[in-house]
Design a binder for this molecule. Structure first.
Ligand SMILES: CC(C)(COP(=O)(O)OP(=O)(O)OC[C@H]1O[C@@H](n2cnc3c(N)ncnc32)[C@H](O)[C@@H]1OP(=O)(O)O)[C@@H](O)C(=O)NCCC(=O)NCCS
Length: 194
């Protein structure tokens, strides 16, 4: 399993297959996904993905973040469609993909990163806050019925190393949780066998 910026056509096709299945009630999502595939092929959009090898070693995308320059302000990188397959969730996939995104943004001179999320997507909102994002505003971006939160991160205020530490710390905590669960499980088995 590895996370990186993808440019190869077979990887972009696998990403398209993945994102097509990942609508979260966004209007005209299928059209957006098709347009997204085209814009990835032209290089206007960039895709960062977690890839696993299939049965015949073909690349299979199991998580991704799409990025493009903001239409009104090209010094801002806009993120779209952060998704991780449920089978791979809670394993640090998103945070690792995001690390590649922020590294790319810094290396390419972006001063800020922006994204939006459904206002009731608490998992995503708290995840982004842990990654250093603040809530900039609330808007009806897609329909009058659904409210989105616009979140941003000013890249001049922190260093990439700080983010790397956050991700390493999450991995450490996750390992500790697994170790504690295994110890509890072993204790139960030992008590049963006494
Ligand atoms: C929201 C979503 C992108 C999160 O993806 P994910 O891969 O599960 O996220 P991560 O695993 O990186 O982070 C989640 C938790 O796993 C933990 N984790 C487990 N193992 C880890 C490891 N090895 N390394 C780092 N973190 C690890 C993290 O600590 C984190 O918990 P925390 O937030 O309490 O710190 C994913 O659930 C998803 O696709 N949801 C549906 C789509 C969606 O809502 N997208 C957002 C639209 S804007």
């Amino acid at each position: 399993m590895e996370s990186r910026l993808i440019t190869d056509i077979s990887e972009i096709n696998s990403l398209y297959d993945f994102i097509r299945t990942q609508n979260l009630n966004y209007p005209q999502y299928d059209e957006w996904a098709k347009k997204c595939r085209d814009e990835l092929l032209t290089g206007y959009k960039k895709a960062f993905a977690m890839i696993v090898a299939g049965k015949n070693r073909e690349p299979i995308v199991v998580g991704s973040i799409i990025a493009q320059p903001h239409k009104k302000d090209p010094s801002v990188l806009e993120l779209k469609n952060g998704r991780v397959h449920t089978q791979y969730a809670k394993k640090g996939c998103f945070k690792n993909i995001y690390l590649d995104v922020e590294r790319y943004a810094r290396e390419n001179g972006y001063r800020k990163i922006l994204l939006d999320a459904h206002a009731d997507n608490f998992e995503m909102i708290s995840l982004m806050q842990k990654l250093g994002y603040i809530i900039e505003c609330r808007e009806n971006l897609y329909t009058n019925k659904s409210l989105e939160l616009v979140m941003t991160k000013d890249l001049s205020l922190t260093k990439l190393q700080t983010l790397e530490m956050v991700v390493i710390d999450s991995a450490r905590k996750a390992m500790m949780k697994i170790r504690l669960l295994m110890m509890k499980f072993l204790k139960v088995i030992l008590i049963k066998n006494e």
